[in-house]
Design a protein around this ligand. Sequence first.
Ligand code: ASP
Length: 324
Amino acid sequence: MKKLTFSAIAALAVAAVIAPAAAQDFPKNNITMVVPFAAGGPTDIVGRIVGEHMSKTLGKPVIIENVVGAGGTTGSIRAMRAQNDGHTIVMGHMGTHAAAPFLYPNLAYKPDADFETIGLAAGTPVLIVTRKDIPAKDLKEFVVWAKEKNDKANMAHAGVGSVSFTTCLLLNSILGTKPTQIPFNGTGPALNALVGSQVDYMCDQVVNLVPHVTGGTIKALAVGTPERNPALPDVPTSKEAGLPAFQAVAWNALFAPKGTPKAVVDKLADALDKALDDPAVRKRLLDLGSDIPDKKGRGPAALTALVKSEMERWAPVLKGTTIN
Ligand code: ASP
């Protein structure tokens, strides 16, 4: 074995002392949680709910920074390039951290290589929702309407690569339709347009939909899960509604820039874990229809495995997709 020089040994010793010390004083400053979509959408809502509780555990405020654009990839790039000391993290999702690379061939990051995984924050079933005055009372009638309208129908989404984009891509391919696509900076603003009947339909994560569905400002035609959602028990599953091929569940999860020290990542993961155990946080997430990961679905290792399996799932689906 090659002999280590004195200075190399000294450098190693210093590094060994500094690493845990960095974690011990972490966090020194406020933590920025980049939300790569507009305020008021699912990613923003999940980020604010868990971030508020994480700040109590970490003893420093977790500040949300909405960095929008390009289906969430702009904000994810901003987080990927941030100082890797744990003070900048990103609330990614199934789009930004699994599907997007297959739609942007030159994407500046690889979800599975350029981030440290902190943990899954919430599972988010996807619903097909329409403006309230669409001339279709259920999914079967909507299918007839959408085929008849084809490119005259307007579908809202949160940018190429977002959850609303990819899951409605699935819906449209099942129906064989090519609607006009209207991009927004997130499904918060897209939902406002749906409520105002400026667009016809979208596919979105349940989290920002529940009060609108129960209040009748939009119509929910189906949820893309095998079981009904406890927060919206009257909405049929896609199978019950006659479109079993539409299976769509998304997720939101926290990531840190690559090279963030493990001890710091562990502190962030622990704060997320505590947030997900808190009764008030759980109630808020469950009332919005999301699924809270159980203990084995939490933390860095489980999220690393999820990103890998989700990238494997989306690669063949999106390969060769042309964006109209
Ligand atoms: N739910 C959105 C999406 O379609 C993004 C958001 O606003 O959270 O990806």
